[in-house]
Write a protein that binds this ligand. Structure first.
Ligand SMILES: Nc1nc2c(ncn2[C@@H]2O[C@H](COP(=O)(O)OP(=O)(O)OP(=O)(O)O)[C@@H](O)[C@H]2O)c(=O)[nH]1
Ligand SMILES: C=C(OP(=O)(O)O)C(=O)O
Length: 215
């Protein structure tokens, strides 16, 4: 029997207000370009993952929507425009019945094989139990999964790893550094670069690198 395939919900905030902690991280690179590149590289890896049947991008940003459609994702409006968890719920409601995952759109080093590994681990766990993967620092969440008929019930935000555990979700355990490496700050971007960035973010990092002093 073939493995079940996943619908993955990828919410992306309007670029002008997204990733505010990263503002100025790459001198000379417009902030919106960086925010777009992080989301585009995350989505590219999601769509390249063999376990993924469809990606649903939840956004009200025209540039994000155009890039997502061009990459092969389905785009849903950011309804009810009530923050990240509402966007995850809206995306999950639009997914075909089956396995659903939510991922933050700020993991630009993501390798499709690592996402596949995490999704497979989620499938092989206790049926009916949601699973989550903490981010690299440990307090946040990068991935939340739910099996068929189980609401995603997202609890993203500050301290979301504890919130997901308190809501009955179980942590996933595996060696998936590129999936856990979310990028909120300039230091996170440097850490993601050490793992190997997706092409759009890598190009911006190369363009934004301060010129070396001669001699
Ligand atoms: N559609 C949608 N996506 C959101 C919303 N809030 C956050 N996101 C996305 O969720 C992911 C993780 O959110 P954060 O890391 O908190 O991102 P952020 O709010 O853009 O960043 P900061 O301004 O630095 O807090 C990012 O990919 C955001 O684009 C929202 O209200 N709607
Ligand atoms: C919204 C979250 O992301 P971040 O830590 O990237 O703000 C979260 O971890 O739940």
């Amino acid at each position: 029997m073939s493995q079940p395939r996943w619908a993955v919900v990828v919410p992306v905030k309007r670029l002008a207000v997204a990733k505010s902690r990263l503002r100025g991280a790459l001198p000379g690179v417009p902030h919106e370009e960086l925010a777009l590149a992080l989301a585009a590289d995350t989505l590219r890896a999601v769509l390249a993952c063999p376990a993924v049947a469809e990606a649903l991008v939840v956004t009200d940003d025209d540039r994000v929507a155009a890039a997502a459609r061009a990459a092969g994702a389905r785009v849903l409006p950011d309804e009810p425009d009530a923050g990240l968890n509402a966007a995850f719920r809206h995306g999950a409601a639009g997914a075909a019945a089956g396995w659903v995952a939510g991922i933050t759109a700020d993991v630009p080093a993501l390798r499709p094989a690592e996402l596949a590994g995490a999704l497979l681990a989620a499938q092989n766990g206790r049926p009916g139990v949601r699973r989550f993967l903490p981010d690299a620092p440990g307090g946040g969440t990068v991935l939340l999964t739910a099996g068929p008929g189980v609401p995603l019930d997202p609890r993203f935000g500050v301290g979301s790893a504890v919130a997901h555990a308190a809501s009955g979700a179980l942590p996933l355990d595996g060696d998936w550094p590129s999936l856990r490496r979310d990028v909120d700050t300039a230091a996170d971007l440097a850490a993601a670069a050490r793992l190997g960035l997706g092409p759009r973010t890598a190009a911006l990092v190369a363009a934004g690198r301060p010129a070396r002093a001669a001699g």
